[in-house]
Design a protein around this ligand. Structure first.
Ligand code: PLP
Length: 384
């Protein structure tokens, strides 16, 4: 028996409906969407249209055309950052970001963009007043934040930050990699200008899927140029969304899977999914807290958490702990820095890293209990 607790990296397994939809698209739809008027091409385009509509319903987005599909959250974040920031612009971010934000910002810094990082506290939580102060210090074009940390799970108070940015005329980009599909998010109601999300994590879709929501009225410079299936006589990319940001052939099987997954999440309801995940996290947190020698990081309140949680065992290397959980107990967690070195500097675990555990849609209470028993066993018996 094995237990997969690495859903923050990518969710597994996927719902049966996702496997079926992806396979059917690959076997039966086949043609290139938007690249021809024949029936299979139109069927593929329809499938992608329906996938976009399903994602729009899930996020309460009025105009589905404002959603551009991407291959990952990384591509969506790069599209947003390179699409709006110009030399001389100023961007404010936090010390809890994933490299999918930190590295493009570093590249932009080298092109003359000023990057300001606001430090979160030792639990990975950002003080909205500190962020406001940083924004007020000089004219700021954009605030970019991860909604929930992929290291500690800490959930930032975006309900306070996004509307403030809107009032101040500062663009707000949300990295929803660790929250999309795990909790309700309504970008339009909150005043979020740009939202980047993977399809393959909490949204339960296949790898190679993701999207960027761009609020109406905000036009980005494309990151990728090429064919879009229409207006072929022009050397310029189309003005319209989503074609403007979707050059090249789309991932029809992946997006068919995303449609099936979004419909399933709509059926369950994101509030119910969040409540279930919170209950699993509460069990994990209290179980780990009771184990001697466990050092827990981040917030202890499951209500201010995304799906990930980090811990270490006293004096033990996280990779040894991960190895023993994997090889002796068949439990799969991630160890190390999780592509977010700044977050580890913030919570005091750099360069050691942590063991990260992330339950998902299919995780059961029994699996959490088996995991806790396995950690107790590993804590008692170091690799000699
Ligand atoms: C907070 C955060 N942002 C961005 C990403 C990048 O997502 P993707 O793997 O879809 O590119 C991740 C992936 O783990 C993440 O945790």
């Amino acid at each position: 028996m094995s237990i997969y607790l690495d859903n923050a990296a990518t969710s597994f397994p996927k719902p049966e409906a996702v496997y079926i939809a992806a396979e059917r698209a690959l076997r039966e739809t086949g043609a290139n969407p938007g690249r021809g008027g024949h029936q299979p091409a139109l069927a593929a385009a329809r499938l992608i249209f329906e996938s976009r509509e399903a994602v729009a319903r899930l996020f309460d987005i009025g105009d589905a055309a404002r959603i551009a599909f991407t291959a990952s959250a990384t591509e969506a974040l790069n599209t947003a950052l390179f699409g709006v920031l110009r030399p001389g612009d100023r961007v404010v971010t936090s010390s809890m970001e994933h490299n999918a934000v930190t590295r493009p910002l570093r590249a932009l810094q080298e092109r003359g963009v000023e990057v300001v990082k606001v430090a979160a506290d030792g639990r990975g939580l950002l003080d909205p007043e500190a962020l406001r102060r940083a924004c007020r210090a000089a004219p700021t074009r954009l605030v970019v934040l991860s909604h929930c940390s992929n290291v500690t799970g800490s959930r930032q108070p975006i309900e306070e930050i996004a509307p403030w940015c809107r009032r101040e005329g500062i663009l707000f980009l949300l990295d929803a990699a660790q929250s999309a599909g795990l909790m309700p998010i309504h970008p339009e109601a909150l005043g979020i200008d740009l939202l980047a999300a993977p399809g393959h994590k909490g949204l339960l879709a296949p790898p190679g899927t993701g999207f960027l929501y761009v609020r109406p009225g905000l036009e980005l410079t494309p990151l990728i140029y090429g064919g879009t299936g229409g207006n072929s006589q022009s050397e310029l990319p189309p003005e319209e969304m989503p074609e403007r940001l979707e050059a090249g052939t789309q991932n029809t099987p992946g997006l068919a899977g995303l449609k099936a997954a979004a419909e399933l999440l709509l059926q369950h309801g994101l509030a119910a999914i969040q409540a279930r995940e919170s209950a699993l996290l509460a069990r994990l947190l209290s179980g780990l807290e009771q184990l001697p020698g466990v050092e827990l990081y981040g917030s202890r309140d499951p209500r201010s958490h995304g799906g990930a949680l980090s811990f270490n065992l006293d004096g033990r290397d996280p990779s040894e702990v991960g190895y023993l959980l994997d090889h002796q107990h068949g439990i799969f967690c991630r160890t190390g820095l999780h592509c977010a070195p700044d977050a580890h500097r913030t919570i005091g675990t750099f360069p050691r890293g942590t063991v990260r555990v992330s339950p998902g849609f299919f995780t059961t209470v029994e699996e959490i209990d088996l995991f806790l028993a396995a950690v107790a066993e590993v804590a008692a018996h170091p690799l000699s």
